[in-house]
Ligand binder design. Structure first.
Ligand code: 2PG
Ligand code: MG
Length: 380
């Protein structure tokens, strides 16, 4: 495929904030945006959203793109023409939307699916398991008496993506009354006044569902202490408190249990439990942070967010490093989402173990539906 030009424009995300959409030939891709953003995330845009839009609209690419690895040419072009040391300085949202639109156009031209382009034709042998946010607190929720933990995730144990989607949806519906829901939050998860323990108590009654939590601990870490509604805990107490919850409620997955600078605190959680200890703000989808977390044995699972990095080539490398080091991978949406469903293609194509993309609202359902249709295609 000869990539001549791309068209960029601004669109609104699910939170009503502006983000970037890029069109290559007739293929469209866009980037989401986060609210509980990690300190180490790549900035979304270079100088501003408008600067990136103007740059893309004026660029004369003239690049021959025939497979996933040819994104190298795109990144070199950007570095040279925007005079950057690293393509990521272009801004993660802008780079991701551009690369994603290029791959979608390539897929269309080669009459393939996006996930086939991403996997470079390798045989796909697994469909990622969804981890769906059902109940929310922290920065994503607006009710005053919300829990401090940001997300309570349902990790279904069905035999297929289709069954898993159904299990999550049914549980999500039941939860509305069980947690006395006060509307939905940014990710379509129920808002509630119940405490962390009361929510875990409810979740532990479901069969076929394992419990995940995104503590997003940096968001309530006031210098030196984790401050909840009714208590402040130092780092050691935070680890002890979490370990007691993990044990009592048989928690399968905990994301960002301590704040994003605390590699040793993460290691303590890994040492003292045998569940998935997931880095998100800690690792911020960056290779160097991942390598440090591996050296320090801080995690055994990692969140990968395309727009926390921007480069799909680096994302591929991250998946390779994780595989070699036995780190489970979770490809994740953001709290501000678009209708782009490519997250499912990337999760399948890169071979992610899990996909975190919510349960409810059209922005989340579109990704789960895409996962189900990819599964159907692979099985047929
Ligand atoms: C997270 C994400 C997605 P945000 O912390 O894992 O759920 O939130 O997009 O606000 O960073
Ligand atoms: Mg997180």
């Amino acid at each position: 495929m000869l990539l001549k030009e791309a068209l960029a424009r601004k669109i609104k995300d699910s939170r009503g904030e502006y983000t970037i959409e890029v069109k290559v030939n007739n293929s469209i891709a866009s980037s989401p945006s986060g609210k509980s953003t990690g300190k180490y995330e790549t900035p979304c845009f270079h100088k501003s959203l408008q600067w990136n839009i103007d740059f893309i609209n004026k660029a004369k690419f003239n690049l021959e793109i025939n497979n996933f690895n040819d994104l190298n040419k795109v990144e070199s072009f950007i570095k040279k023409s925007a005079k950057l040391k690293d393509a990521k300085q272009f801004g993660a949202n802008a780079l991701f939307a551009l690369e994603s639109a290029i791959l979608k156009a390539l897929a269309k031209e080669q009459k393939k699916e996006l996930w086939q382009i991403v996997s470079l034709g390798k045989k796909i042998n697994k469909i990622p398991v969804p981890a769906g946010n059902a109940i929310g607190g922290g920065l994503h929720s607006s009710n005053k008496d919300k829990p401090s933990f940001q997300e309570f995730l349902l990790i279904p144990q069905g035999k297929s993506a289709k069954e898993n989607f159904k299990i999550m949806q049914e549980a999500y519906k039941k939860l509305k009354n069980q947690v006395k829901a006060k509307g939905k939050n940014d990710e379509g998860a129920w808002q509630t006044s119940l405490t962390e323990e009361e929510i875990l108590e409810v979740l532990s009654k479901f069969k076929n569902i394992r419990i995940g939590i995104d503590i997003a601990a940096s968001s309530f870490y006031k210098p030196e202490a984790y401050c909840y509604k009714n208590k402040c805990l130092n780092s050691q107490m935070q680890v002890m408190y979490l370990n007691s919850l993990i044990k009592k409620y048989n928690i399968f997955y905990s994301e960002d249990p301590v704040q994003e600078e605390d590699f040793s605190g993460f290691s303590e959680v890994v040492k003292s439990s045998n569940h998935l200890v997931v880095g998100d703000d800690l690792t911020a989808t960056h290779i160097d942070r991942l390598k440090k977390a591996i050296r320090k044995k801080s995690i055994n699972a990692m969140i990968v967010k395309p727009n926390q990095n921007g480069s799909l080539l680096e994302l591929k490398e991250i998946f390779n490093i994780c595989r070699k080091n036995n780190i489970r991978t979770i490809l994740s949406h953001r709290s501000g989402e678009t209708m782009d469903n490519a997250l499912a293609d990337y999760a399948v194509g890169f071979g992610a173990d899990f996909i975190k993309c919510g349960i409810s609202t059209k922005y989340r359902e579109v990704k789960l539906n895409r996962l189900v249709s990819i599964e159907k295609r692979i099985k047929s």
